[in-house]
Design a protein around this ligand. Sequence first.
Ligand SMILES: *Cc1c(COP(=O)(O)O)cnc(C)c1O
Length: 243
Amino acid sequence: MSRTRTALRSALARSRMSRLAERLDAVRAALCDAAIACARPPEAVRLLAVSKTQPASALAEAWACGQRMFGENYLQEALAKQSALADLPIEWHFIGAIQSNKTAAIARAFDWVHTIDRLRIAERLDAQRGDELPPLNVLIEVNVSGESTKHGVTPAALPTLIPAIAALPRLRLRGLMTLPAPTSNVAEQRAAFRVLADLARASTLPFDTLSMGTSDDYRAAIAEGATLVRLGTAVFGPRREAA
Ligand SMILES: *Cc1c(COP(=O)(O)O)cnc(C)c1O
């Protein structure tokens, strides 16, 4: 009986593993195709696996398939997975909304933060990043959809926010991030991503990162210059219950 159960369990684990491996392979091929379709080198587009609501075991499986960068939205959930996976040198990205009472933990537990939307948060992360750690890579989240979404700064805020954040010694401002209002219209998707790309081109700072595109619109994002796409369901399948 228990041998059957053990065999069943390992068969289940294998089939889960192979489904994730297949999805990751398919995603990598699709990103490669999307880059080539717009004459960009495939290595210019990196994959951030968005693992919110997924168990630590799913991240470990993706790791075994070569995935190294994971994005998390909720601090407590992320900290639990980080301690479960402490042996794996994962590059952790925080991509959720930031409350100021969470900055101390975020500043130390992550390698990247995509969702800086005010100077006060950047200043706290800078003050709370440990001296023994390398500078925290940060992106400014920009609202490119006007009133239809509430996250991110307005484009008009960037000329003052960019130099202010760039001056913080324990942060390294790498670029811009956006999560536009969802639309299935590809022309509208591209227009929103183009706003972010144009803002990055207009910046006086030499940005190297444009974080844009999810499972539903990564092709449009890549066509407009995304360097980091944030894919959850395309990699892991449907999300579990919210954490
Ligand atoms: C959840 C999330 C994603 C991934 O969305 P999918 O549709 O699952 O690919 C990307 N970016 C942010 C900011 C998210 O919260």
